[in-house]
Design a protein around this ligand. Structure first.
Ligand code: ADP
Ligand code: MG
Length: 359
């Protein structure tokens, strides 16, 4: 009613371009004030951006949400952190109490009944292993545990070659109906370090959505899942680190727009040491047990973090040519910085990426 009378008066006012009577002017003013009051009471509360950081899964987890109150943001973020914390307890390679540790302890002995989350992430890991022809191999544990990037000690060559026979994702037995995972050989170890963080970002984003958040971003270190638009109506943008940063102003190589997408970056600068000019890092070639040599960094974009995390590791191991072929085959987008520092991008990323001028 009020809206109609307002429209009527305004139309008349603007069409004649003057107010013809005092009565009309008063009516117009009253209607306008009423309309303002109605609009103020009906319009949604102003939305703001909220952010929180915690250390979980041995790394920095940052969550951003758009919400209409701090309480709503806090409530949802607490649930998202809780979801990541739960996964940390289930999937932690280094804790004796995780379900993963139980599977590994029973390698060659018996299968272990696991929770739906553990089963799902192992299933996805086996899928990534198959699709990448074993460049991603989730049974990399016997090799990855030989490397220590804190003490910076290179493992013994003999130990590296002896363990190679234990790295083979085909020796994982998954009984999905019973939710049982078994490793067929004694000494085998599943290591979810190349996939669990992306999976956690997905689960945390789901928790945010379940608790009323329409727009958010979860970053579990370099594994990021974003949904919705920011409070300014723009898509989320994330920075890709320069793998060979020289100074303060070349930290970011490029930024990428994310619309309901995930992105993961695997880089040889995350955990590494250098001996006699040779860089040893944490992304291993399952065929040799030594760090993969074809790339400096790989970023992959897809719908979910569980895919981007595992396939960024896979593409890193495959190197730029085969890596690009795999991305094309999967229909994923990505950017590879190869061992010489040359940048390769998939065609679909061109309009989403912005390179920094100094890169
Ligand atoms: P980050 O942990 O820095 O995010 P990635 O996602 O690439 O990097 O994962 C590297 C981790 O994945 C290693 O620390 C190790 O736990 C595991 N990993 C290393 N090489 C492989 C591989 N070829 N296949 C599967 N997992 C791997
Ligand atoms: Mg990864």
């Amino acid at each position: 009613m009020i809206k109609n009378s307002y429209t009527l008066h305004v139309t008349r006012y603007t069409s004649k371009n003057k107010c013809t009577s005092r009565v009309t002017a008063v009516t117009l003013l009253t209607a306008y004030c009423l309309l303002l009051a109605v609009l103020c009471s009906c319009s949604p509360k102003k939305e703001s951006l909220y952010r929180k950081t915690m250390i979980l899964m041995d790394t920095v987890v940052t969550i951003h949400v758009v919400a209409d109150s701090e309480e709503a943001a806090d409530r949802a973020m607490a649930k998202a952190f809780e979801a990541i914390g739960k996964l940390d307890m289930l999937l932690n390679f280094f804790s004796d109490k995780s379900e993963l540790a139980l599977i590994n302890r029973n390698a060659g002995v018996s299968g272990v009944r696991v929770s739906p989350e553990t089963l799902e992430v192992i299933e996805k890991a086996v899928y990534a292993s198959e699709q990448s022809g074993g460049a991603f191999d989730v049974t990399i544990g016997p090799e990855s545990s030989l490397w220590n990037f804190v003490t910076r000690a290179k493992p013994d060559d003999k130990a590296v070659s002896e363990k190679l026979g234990l790295v083979n994702y085909r020796l994982i037995d998954l009984a999905k109906e019973k939710s049982v995972v078994a490793l067929k050989k004694k000494g085998m170890l599943i290591d979810l370090g190349g996939i669990a963080k992306g999976y956690a970002a997905d689960r945390a984003a789901e928790a945010l959505k379940r608790h009323g958040i329409k727009s958010g971003l979860v970053a579990v270190a370099g594994d990021i899942k974003a949904f919705g638009l920011k409070q300014d109506g723009k898509p989320w943008r994330v920075g890709i680190r320069n793998p060979r940063q020289k100074g303060k102003d070349d930290e970011i190589l490029a930024t990428i727009e994310l619309r309901d997408m995930a992105i993961s970056t695997s880089g040889d600068y995350e955990r590494f040491f250098i001996i006699d000019g040779e860089r040893f890092h944490h992304i291993l070639d399952p065929r040799t047990g030594y760090p993969a040599r074809g790339c400096q960094s790989v970023s992959v974009m897809a719908k979910d973090g569980v895919s981007t995390d595992s396939f960024s590791t896979a593409v890193f191991v495959l190197g730029p040519e085969k890596g690009m072929e795999l991305l094309k085959h999967l229909g994923f987008e990505g950017m590879i910085v190869d061992k010489e520092g040359k940048i390769h991008i998939t065609p679909g990323i061109k309009d989403k990426i912005e390179f920094k001028r100094n890169s």
